[in-house]
Design a protein around this ligand. Structure first.
Ligand code: SAM
Length: 241
């Protein structure tokens, strides 16, 4: 720190608290704006950031801070079933399976993941089952229902088509598989200007609005946004009843 800067800070520290308070509020507000700007910058530079992220060598289109939050949720819940929509290249399914290896007390925990595109060379893992089709197709929903009926703790992650109609349809079709206390995680609620990708049109954020109005038993757990940079603002929905 330069000598001048040090002297200014020293003088500021000696000011009475009521005088310091507005400056502290302004400093904090600036931090919030900077965090949003960072979120936009990070998202816009996809080729360098989230499309350039791997888990055990497999591409995973997620924010690493969100992955840390997933790790914390999985440790707390130790789910025996994770349902994921939107497999893509399999990185997130492999991440979930790896986490289950680490946190699950038994070998029974499994990941079911669906994609409408038949992606090739998906990573193999004994816990992962790949399904091919639309996440809202009746035959796929039935497969999920059969698995959920055998499980005591179910976590659902929606990360497929992010357009409003599809996310609402997924929420309606899959929410009931989530067990009380567990989570329905709606990925990419940040798009359509929340705060990234402002021209996307109605997407996951707006779908969550519609869903919450229908299902009061789910509550956004905003404590999961503690790292202040998430792809899922208001998207960590906890089932409370
Ligand atoms: C954002 S990527 C998923 C990213 C992945 N979960 C990850 O973290 O690496 C979205 C995927 O959803 C798939 N998708 C699009 N519409 C779908 C639908 N109706 N049902 C299932 N998957 C769909 C796409 O083919 C694409 O692979």
């Amino acid at each position: 720190m330069s000598n001048a800067s040090y002297r200014i800070r020293l003088a500021g520290a000696k000011l009475p608290e009521p005088v310091k308070a507005p400056a502290k509020r302004a400093w904090r507000a600036w931090g919030g704006l900077a965090a949003r700007a960072y979120g936009r910058y990070y998202y816009t530079n996809a080729a360098h950031t989230w499309k350039n992220t791997t888990w055990l060598g497999v591409p995973i289109w997620k924010n690493p801070k969100d992955l840390w939050v997933y790790q914390e949720i999985l440790w707390e819940l130790k789910p025996d079933l994770i349902i994921e929509t939107g497999t893509n290249l399999g990185g997130s399914a492999l991440f979930f399976a790896s986490m289950l290896d680490l946190v699950a007390a038994d070998a029974g925990g499994r990941v079911m993941t669906v994609d409408i595109t038949a992606h090739k060379e998906l990573p193999e893992h004994p816990r992962i089952e790949y399904l091919h089709g639309s996440s809202i197709a009746p035959e796929i929903v039935t497969r999920f229902a059969d698995a959920a009926a055998q499980a005591s703790c179910v976590l659902v992650v929606l990360d497929s088509d992010h357009h409003y109609d599809h996310v609402v349809a997924e929420l309606r079709a899959l929410h009931d598989f989530v067990t009380v206390g567990s989570y329905l995680i709606v990925e990419d609620t940040n798009i359509n200007g929340h705060p990234v990708n402002p021209f996307f049109g109605p997407g996951p954020w707006e779908a969550v609005d519609t869903f919450l109005a229908e299902q009061p038993g789910f509550v956004p757990d905003r404590s999961r946004e503690k790292y202040m940079h998430t792809f899922n603002p208001r998207g960590f929905l906890q089932r409370t009843s």
